[in-house]
Design a binder for this molecule. Structure first.
Ligand code: SF4
Length: 176
């Protein structure tokens, strides 16, 4: 077990007192991440109908997109390196990347969130194309399940569970 991360005074530069004293419980981190894993697998299954190798490349990109999120977004976040991150990325990201300052989190988030867009929109495009060219009920249910998880369940969990009691949600483009 790695030595627990020292809770740095992350709130120091954001002028929000106690911003990082929140300790997010493990069940919440699992609840926040499990739908994303399901989304990646459903997306892979949809693209598999198009081309097996492409679907494996897609799955590899989904994993890479999480690391890119840790690298390009988390270091600017007030929760970086703390226990206050709803999905638990902050502590993993802090082990791999250094904290960044000097730019507004909202702007960094908006500019870099595009790294995860292919995980949502490539399976959607592939699914619509496949339904159009080679309709099957199984594919329809797969695409409906993907859309429900990606565009209903994940946003709902963030809004009503993960980020609901986050002290800085009004600063966060995801929530505001
Ligand atoms: S709240 Fe979001 S941006 Fe901040 S550390 Fe967690 S995952 Fe990264």
């Amino acid at each position: 077990m790695a030595e627990p991360l020292k809770l740095e005074s992350q709130g120091a530069d954001c002028n929000i007192p106690n911003a990082c004293e929140r300790v997010v419980p493990t069940w919440l981190i699992v609840l926040d991440n499990a739908p994303t894993a399901v989304l990646f697998l459903l997306g892979t299954a949809i693209i598999w109908n198009l081309h097996s190798i492409l679907s494996l490349v897609f799955l590899a990109y989904c994993c890479l997109s999480i690391v890119l999120f840790w690298k390009l977004i988390c270091p600017w976040c007030h929760h970086f390196g703390t226990t206050g991150c709803p999905c638990g990325y902050s502590r993993i990201a802090a082990r791999l990347f250094k904290k960044k300052t000097g730019k507004e989190f909202r702007r960094v988030f908006r500019r870099n969130i595009v790294v995860v867009f292919p995980c949502w929109f490539l399976p959607l495009a592939a699914g619509i194309y496949l339904l159009w060219t080679d309709y099957s009920r199984a594919l329809l249910f797969l695409l409906l399940a993907f859309c429900f998880v990606g565009f209903v369940l994940i946003p709902a969990i963030s809004k009503f569970v993960g980020c609901r009691s986050c002290e800085i949600k009004d600063q966060c483009p995801w929530m505001s």
